[in-house]
Design a protein around this ligand. Structure first.
Ligand SMILES: Cc1ncc(COP(=O)(O)O)c(C=O)c1O
Length: 393
């Protein structure tokens, strides 16, 4: 019998998730043996030994079964203690903390818990591309709010206000920011809080880079959790992860904290979606939070040196202008004066210079004239990359 042509198609929502520019560069870079990778957003450090040992202990002690869908109680207690001590927000470990498969899953759970089909969610432009994908998965509509370089990538109420409609449900903020490296100051966060209260919005606050701060002693060195501001805990979902801080990107461990009923909704969806997060990874995360923190400090001080070298080197390249990023581990130079757009320049840099960087256009329409370089690579490679880019310019 002749096989019938299949006329089934993937869902509309799945078709809205485009391949990000990072992937495109990644595919090209894979084929270049001596390429220098500055496109990836993950620390080049190994997970600290004490964390690995805790995972091995968990395996040997039989901690290999399903856990509560919100996470093991010890880890939730450690997260709650951390949020109270470091972020000045008190969350009930038993009811208000949900352990997730990385910040990525926490963001998905947060959107699924606060928004419905057809609702609108404000996302930063430029911002991490996955936010838009996560909004599409819910069936909601992403509405990019511009963060302008001329305003230091701070939130500008007069700009965001115009985008609010009766369907707007939430605003996502990210500080320190991927891709700009900018930090939202306490006073700017107060403005966001006032805006959210007045417009009755949820705030999803992605704080995965909170430890990556470099300008010691200045106000630029302060990470403020918006949930700690008056009247904000009830409308905020605080998102964080072990991925960047403890060089644990592959372990897939993060969390979301929110007041009930949003935390209860997230735990329910987590249970339905994946039952629970890997038990072994949860025990590793418990050690990460409660064990020695020296490795975090060492990693941040290495990043601080690389930031100086990369940013000053970029500012010496013809046509490049790079503001000093205060946090995360990305430089985000403006390339307007090269006369090229971000996509064609990034392609040229990888193909001719053998350095992988990300076109700004992957992060939103506002960043057509920027490229992103992660300084999650050795000082030697950063210097070599600068040399190679100089040559092709
Ligand atoms: C701003 C931001 N949030 C979240 C994530 C993802 O974190 P995780 O690996 O914990 O899912 C990334 C990864 O690059 C990121 O840049």
């Amino acid at each position: 019998m002749e096989a019938k042509a299949v006329s089934l198609e993937p869902s509309q929502r799945s078709r809205k998730l485009g391949l990000s520019g990072i992937r495109e560069i990644f595919e090209k870079a894979q084929k270049i043996p001596d390429v220098i990778r500055l496109e990836f957003g993950e620390p080049d450090f190994d997970t600290p030994d004490n964390i690995k040992a805790a995972a091995v202990r968990a395996i040997n002690n039989g901690k290999t079964k399903y856990t509560s869908s919100a996470g093991i109680p010890e880890l939730r207690a450690a997260i709650s203690a951390k949020l109270s001590k470091e972020n000045q927000v008190v969350y009930d470990a038993a009811k208000e903390v949900v352990v997730t498969a990385g910040a990525t899953s926490a963001i998905n759970l947060a959107f699924l818990s606060v928004a419905d089909i057809g609702d609108e969610i404000l996302v930063p432009d430029p911002g991490w591309a996955t936010y838009t994908h996560a909004v599409h998965i819910v069936g909601s509509i992403p509405v990019p709010y511009p963060l302008r370089e001329s305003a230091g990538y701070s939130f500008e109420r007069k700009v965001a206000e115009k985008l609010v409609t009766p369907k707007t449900k939430a605003i996502l903020i990210n500080t320190p920011s991927n891709p700009t490296g900018a930090i939202l100051s306490r006073s700017n966060l107060k403005e966001i809080a006032e805006f959210a209260i007045e417009k009755n919005l949820f705030v999803i606050s992605d704080e995965v880079y909170e430890k990556f701060l470099y300008d010691g002693g200045s106000t630029k060195n302060e990470h403020v959790s918006i949930a700690s501001l008056p009247e904000m805990k009830e409308r905020t979902v605080t998102i964080n992860a072990f991925s960047k801080t403890y060089a644990m990107t592959g372990w897939r461990l993060g969390y979301a904290a929110a007041a009930e009923p949003i935390s209860a909704a997230m735990a329910k969806i987590n249970a339905a979606e994946s039952s629970c997060v890997s038990s072994v990874a949860q025990y590793a995360a418990l050690e990460a939070l409660t064990g020695p923190q020296d490795s975090v400090r060492e990693m941040i001080s290495a990043f601080a040196k690389r930031r100086e070298v990369l940013v000053s080197g970029l500012n010496e390249l013809p046509g490049f202008k790079c503001p000093m990023p205060h946090g995360a581990f990305y430089a985000f130079p403006n390339i307007r004066a090269t006369g090229q757009n971000s996509h064609s320049l990034a392609m040229k840099i990888v193909e001719k210079g053998h350095v992988a960087v990300v076109p700004g256009s992957s992060f939103g329409a506002q960043a057509e004239l920027n490229i992103r370089l992660a300084y999650a690579n050795s000082l030697e490679n950063i210097q070599l990359a600068l040399e190679r880019i100089r040559k092709i310019l």
